[in-house]
Design a protein around this ligand. Structure first.
Ligand code: NDP
Length: 446
């Protein structure tokens, strides 16, 4: 490792102990940025990277609520307000039992660079709780969301901090959170994105992250004279991002052959077409069942406790969670002929897996670029809320496609190496950094 990166990381680890995911996210960025900062001393002297890795504010709170048996339950609540140099804090809320400070700091840090890449005026934040919505009744989820928002409402606002969904936070949870905010503040404002269409939401927001990850894969292929047409894709997860990834892949002439959840994965070599996807959406979004039911219903293979990376594919789109592709998985993907990895999830590939992609010179679109479509359309939802005018599906989708194309171009501009190979990870890190760093320089030491 570059000794300057090593020194920088030693300080990060000492100041933020026991936060391995945060260290991992910062190190990936530091490896791209420190050589760049050395060439641009104004960033070095103003300690921009040191400042960017320290959240502007961290809010941690108790979330007490009462379950259906009448018992008191207590969860932890968090909001990381990471960076507001280019706009109000913006980033999702995650409800999952694994949530802790380090995970949310990694997500908030990535979010700062991602939001900058979208070209929209959004700072970075992230929040959530160790609450597990799985197995809870709608009433329990509502009571939890109301208690969570009772505290969070003191810290957010349409010009301050605008949360959205993430793992475990979909349309149902955003509805309960918005209702409680409105009740406490007596304001109908665009304080959350991912809202329902009848109450301030944007068309294409639910689809945006998955669609964006597919558009990004297509852009990478097009830059190499190819396209998604006829490509076989392995997709992980079966939630919001995975579902709309499969939908757009099919629309663009590709074939998704896998889906997964935390229990296992299904392999359907005939492809998960529109009809089968509608069945998955009903299973996951309404019946809230397990993906194994797909294999039972459609008669295909199910791999208990396994991720889908062992199947033969041209394209991989991880859309479940962090570190879900390890070194061995990446080696198997490359060995089986996979040429494109477009990350729908945040930090789904371990550093060792990324090294495998880069050594094999495949097209690797990192999450902060490839999955930025979700927050981009959240930004468009904020614009529509401010104008109090909704845009059509076609208008939002066209803007999303333009944004994904522009992000791709930014990665090419900052990530093309002397031999012509595009290191999209480096391109995304530098491209995202410059705008935030210049704004921080202009705003003084704050
Ligand atoms: P959902 O909650 O809708 O779906 C998550 C899916 O991933 C589920 O199938 C879930 O399975 C699986 N999963 C979650 N945790 C694990 C785990 N530890 N191991 C294995 N599988 C797991 O979330 P989203 O689709 O919204 O988010 C997926 C990813 O995309 C996350 O990394 C998120 O940060 C990222 N992302 C999401 C955006 C959005 O707009 N929603 C925007 C940008 C990024 P199970 O049901 O068994 O838990």
């Amino acid at each position: 490792m570059d000794p300057k990166v090593e020194q920088f990381m030693a300080r990060i680890k000492a100041k933020n102990p026991a936060e391995p995911e945060f260290h991992q996210a910062v190190q990936e960025v530091a490896e791209s940025l420190i050589p760049f900062i050395e060439e641009h001393p104004r960033y070095k002297h103003a300690k921009i990277l040191e400042r960017m890795t320290e959240p502007e504010r961290v809010i941690m709170f108790r979330v007490p609520w009462i379950n259906d048996k009448g018992e008191v339950e207590i969860n932890k609540g968090f909001r990381i307000e990471m960076n507001s140099a280019i706009g109000p804090y913006k980033g999702g809320l995650r409800f999952h039992p694994t949530v802790n400070l380090g995970i949310l700091k990694f997500l908030a840090f990535e979010q700062v660079l991602k939001n900058s890449l979208t070209t929209l005026p959004m700072g970075g934040g992230k929040g959530g709780s160790d609450f597990d919505p799985k197995g809870k009744s709608d009433n329990e989820v509502m009571r939890f969301c109301q208690s969570f928002m009772t505290e969070l409402s003191r810290h957010i606002g349409p010009d301050t901090d605008v949360p959205a969904g993430d793992i475990g936070v979909g349309g149902r949870e955003i509805g309960f959170l918005f209702g409680q905010y409105k009740r406490i503040r007596n304001e109908f404002t665009g304080v959350l994105t991912g809202k329902g269409l009848q109450w301030g939401g944007s068309l294409i927001r639910p689809e945006a992250t998955g669609y964006g990850a597919v558009y990004f894969a297509d852009e990478m292929l097009k830059a190499n004279g190819d396209s998604l047409k006829g490509k076989v894709a392995a997709v992980s997860g079966s939630g919001n991002v995975a579902q709309y990834t499969v939908q757009k892949l099919t629309e663009l002439g590709g074939k998704a052959v896998t889906l997964s959840d935390s229990s296992g994965s299904v392999y359907d070599p005939d492809g998960i077409d529109a009809k089968k996807l509608a069945w998955v959406m009903e299973l996951k979004n309404i019946r809230r069942g397990r993906i194994k039911a797909y294999a039972d219903h459609f008669g295909c293979e199910y791999f208990e406790g396994k991720r889908p990376w062992h199947v033969k594919c041209d394209v991989a789109i991880p859309a479940a969670t962090e570190n879900e592709i390890e070194k061995g998985d990446a080696e198997t993907l490359v060995k089986n002929g996979c040429k494109v990895v477009s990350e729908g999830a945040n930090m789904p590939s371990t550093p060792e897996a990324i090294e495998v992609y880069l050594n094999a010179r495949i097209l690797y679109g990192p999450g902060k670029a490839a999955n930025a479509g979700g927050v981009a359309v959240s930004g468009l939802e904020m614009t529509q809320n401010s104008m109090r005018l909704p845009w059509s599906r076609e208008e939002v989708d066209a803007r999303l496609q333009t944004i994904m194309k522009n992000i791709h171009q930014t990665c090419v501009d900052h990530g093309t190496e002397t031999d012509g190979f595009v290191n999209y990870m480096k391109g995304a890190n530098i491209g995202g950094f410059v705008k935030v760093a210049d704004a921080m320089l202009a705003q003084g030491v704050v």
